[in-house]
Write a protein that binds this ligand. Structure first.
Ligand code: NAD
Length: 487
């Protein structure tokens, strides 16, 4: 907390089509992780603020659901044009508050835009089925109707993309939305909302509040919130799922991850190493799809690690806004300390650090940890089991594919995994047997595109319908079956 409003830029709430000042609320700093400096301030919503946003969304829903879908998506078409022309501005804000590199930020904004493009297809996507003469003279068809006020609660690592997994689909279906992004990175979603306002979204259809657990709990218990979409860590995902489901809401809660990258002896090593580096160290490992455990099968380990260590040693660490930087800082000082704690633990438990990133952060103002690779990791070690969410790669050696599959499937997480191989047979067997929601074959980050569903298995996901793609249409609509006979 930094007292009441100061000279710093204030990040506002957007409720019922209007921007709200912070009044005399306590303010919290938004920090640039590359410098450690405060760059903005934000107030956290109270339960009364949440109630106002939800009431506005509910009033708007009663009108918005009657607007024909072809008209609803016009807002998104206009929005897509605005996003394209402001993509670099959005990416710059994203880098400033999150720390990821400018290239990475631009790729994230591109993914956000793709969500809008897919949601523009809602007139086709939300069509029902129909069959005449299901019995003599009787026709039957299904329709999809919006459900009401939907809430989104999102994490710090993709402030431009993850909210877009939710609200463009929700509002195109005729729902209204209240977004509560991560309080660590409120500026990017606020800028995205400014553009949505310019695109002419009707009052109350989309609302943005900032805050912490207080705001989240108020959304989870609000009787007018019908559906909750969450993305974040596993303990909170589980809490959101249980709490919202107990309130009778539909929930999709995407949680944490521990993603395994399996490398077979017949893999193309240079290309695989490139993909592994981008997976493990891109966005400083702060991706739910980041490769975290490298499983080297058979005799591939030594040549693989030699090439990997050589390439990773050459990575440039620094402020993501600067040209030529390969990896930025971690999001906060606390998170940096947490990641360093895992490296300490890896050493203490007997893993062998090939590269130790702790030195990279010493004497700097920003929250830097350099890329870290541990060899001789055992599956029972903490660094092999827990989500670190930083640039730390643990290498485990496996005798053969069966052993690799058993190892991957012993994880309590099941978000994403990849195999690197030249063998179609091995790839086929791996994708069939592995227990994860997203599988890459010679792909380091198996992130499904906007028109496919996105989510993991096991402790990486709580719910039924995944994010975006056709699943989003099902999640944000209620289905009705009509039987018709005319006398
Ligand atoms: P987080 O769980 O700390 O926070 C996510 C959201 O929950 C934020 O909006 C936060 O304000 C809210 N929150 C935090 N603590 C809460 C509490 N006690 N009660 C109610 N709400 C609370 O996650 P994070 O640190 O922002 O993001 C990183 C995590 O998100 C990682 O675990 C990562 O794997 C996960 N993630 C998963 C996916 C996926 O697709 N499965 C995608 C991105 C990130």
């Amino acid at each position: 907390m930094i007292g009441t409003e100061s000279a710093l830029e204030t990040v506002h709430f957007y409720v019922n089509g209007k921007w709200e000042g912070a009044g005399n609320r306590a303010m919290h700093a938004v920090t640039n992780p590359a410098t450690g400096a405060a760059i903005a301030q934000v107030a956290y919503a109270s339960a009364a603020d949440v109630d106002r946003a939800v009431e506005a969304a509910h009033a708007a829903f009663l009108k918005w659901r009657e607007v024909p879908v072809v008209e609803r998506v016009q807002v998104l078409y206009r929005y897509k044009t605005l996003l394209e022309s402001h993509a670099n501005d959005l990416a710059a804000v994203l880098t400033a508050e999150n720390g990821k590199t400018a290239d990475d930020a631009r790729m994230e904004v591109r993914r956000a835009i793709q969500m809008v493009e897919v949601a523009c297809g809602m007139p086709s996507l939300m069509m029902g089925d129909s069959l005449n003469d299901v019995a003599s003279g009787i026709d039957s068809h299904t329709i999809r109707q919006p459900i009401g006020v939907c809430a989104g609660i999102t994490p710090f690592n993709f402030p431009a993309m993850v909210p877009f997994w939710m609200w463009p689909f929700a509002i195109a279906c005729g729902n209204t939305f209240v977004l509560k992004p991560s309080e660590k990175v409120p500026m990017t979603p606020t800028m995205a909302t400014t553009l949505l306002h310019q695109a002419g979204v009707p009052e109350g259809v989309f609302n943005l509040i900032h805050g912490d657990k207080t705001a989240v709990d108020a959304l989870l218990h609000h009787p007018l919130v019908r559906a909750v979409s969450f993305v974040g860590s596993t303990p909170i995902a589980k809490y959101i799922y249980q709490t919202a489901a107990a309130e009778g809401k539909r929930v999709q809660a995407l949680g944490g991850a521990k993603n395994h990258l399996v490398v077979m002896p017949d893999a193309d090593l240079p290309k695989s190493v490139e993909a592994i580096i981008s997976s493990a160290f891109g966005a400083a490992g702060e991706r739910c799809l980041a490769g975290s455990v490298l499983v080297a099968v058979g005799d591939v380990a030594d040549p693989l690690l030699k090439l990997l260590a050589e390439k990773v040693s050459a990575m440039k660490i620094g402020d993501g806004a600067e040209k030529g930087v390969d990896m930025g800082p971690l999001v906060t000082q606390e998170h940096k300390a947490r990641v360093e704690g895992y490296i300490d633990k890896g050493v203490a438990e007997g893993a062998k650090p090939l590269l130790d990133g702790r030195a990279a952060g010493r004497g700097r103002d920003g929250f830097f940890v350099g890329p870290t690779i541990f060899d001789q990791v055992r599956p029972d070690m903490t660094i092999a089991r827990e989500e670190i969410f930083g640039p730390v790669l643990s290498v485990i050696r496996a005798k053969n594919l069966d052993e690799a599959i058993a190892l991957v499937n012993s994880s309590r997480f099941g978000n994403a995994t990849s195999i690197f191989t030249g063998s179609g047979k091995a790839a086929r067997e791996y994708s069939a047997k592995v227990e994860a929601g997203m599988v890459g074959i010679n792909i380091g980050v198996a992130a499904p595109m906007a028109f496919f569903p996105f989510a993991g298995w096991k402790n990486s996901f709580f719910g039924d319908l995944h994010a975006h793609g056709k699943d989003a249409v099902m999640f944000y609509t209620e289905q009705k079956v009509l039987m018709t006979r005319w006398f």
